[in-house]
Design a protein around this ligand. Structure first.
Ligand SMILES: [Ca+2]
Length: 296
């Protein structure tokens, strides 16, 4: 933008020579080089550290299972790497020990076999190691996402290994679903801390189980998740209902052993050799993610 500038010139105003201020009128006829409007350099989009919409690297939806309760779930700290704990007795366990996650999402797609209708796909959340060395470290929320028959779900508390509480039923579910065996289906377990009175501290815990009854799209070579999720277990617990030593973070983390925090997906009565296959094992897209619930 050009504007008048004050310059001193000699003007003959009184027959002599007198310094007068002369203000140059802004030019309207010549376009001087306009100051170039700076092109806004786009702020580079950082890789989002959390996300609430879309799907993960394998096509699993970032589930919003507490939408109707007024919470948005944000996902972060994802891992797709787990410790294979595939046992000869048929118990297949996928252990995530990479970090403490106070609220957690566990999921995977499995082609389950087995004759026992009441075996189940389970998610062991908010816990620690299960062994006889420190049996009190277990302190686990053990969610039976669904039984093999597709008719039941439950949660139990394992305060000390191997002592379980009695089973607690969901307050909401979309069960029954079809029998889950001999087809690819998705299974998810969530433990979510909730701050219902908005004082910045968690005061309730939502436990949710879900099954992608659409399973994997076999018409695509990449077998993408269909994401037709049905709730198999949903209940929001007050702390007094949870028979554990530590509710909002794994007990081992409160005992100075955060490295022992563990989340596990477990399915019993499976074929160990099938699960050890390097070419076509009956599991895919197994993942563990941290969740944060925020009031909408
Ligand atoms: Ca609170």
């Amino acid at each position: 933008m050009s504007s008048g500038s004050t310059i001193k010139v000699k003007l003959s105003v009184d027959g002599g020579t007198t310094w007068k201020d002369y203000v140059e009128a802004p030019s309207t006829t010549t376009t001087t080089n306009p100051t170039p409007t700076p092109t806004a350099s786009p702020t580079p989009s950082p890789t989002p550290s959390t996300t609430s919409t879309g799907v993960d690297n394998n096509g699993i939806s970032y589930l919003q299972t507490l939408d109707l309760d007024g919470y948005q779930l944000s996902y972060s700290n994802e891992t797709f790497t787990f410790t294979k704990n595939f046992r000869s007795d048929g118990s297949m366990r996928m252990d995530f020990k990479d970090r403490v996650r106070n609220s957690v999402f566990l999921a995977g797609y499995f082609k389950v076999t087995g004759s026992d209708n009441d075996e189940e796909v389970s998610a062991k959340m908010n816990g620690g190691p299960h062994n006889d060395t420190n049996p009190e470290y277990a302190d686990t929320m053990d969610l039976g996402i669904v039984n093999f028959a597709g008719t039941k779900s439950r949660i139990r508390w394992e305060k000390t290994h191997p002592d379980y509480s009695s089973s607690i039923s969901p307050t909401y579910s979309q069960l029954p679903i079809d029998d889950i065996r001999n087809k690819w289906l998705g299974f998810a377990g969530l433990k979510v801390n909730l701050d219902t009175d908005k004082d910045g501290q968690p005061d309730k815990v939502a436990i949710i189980g879900a099954v992608d009854v659409g399973g994997l799209d076999t018409t695509t070579a990449t077998l993408k998740p269909v994401n037709n999720w049905k709730i198999t277990f949903k209940r929001i617990f007050s702390p007094s209902e949870i028979g554990l030593k530590s509710i909002y973070t794994p007990y081992v983390a409160t005992m100075g052993h955060p490295e022992l925090a563990q989340q596990t997906l477990r399915i019993d009565q499976q074929s160990q050799s099938a699960w050890q296959s390097t070419t076509n094992p009956p599991y895919k897209y197994v993942t563990c993610k941290e969740i944060i619930a925020s009031a909408k």
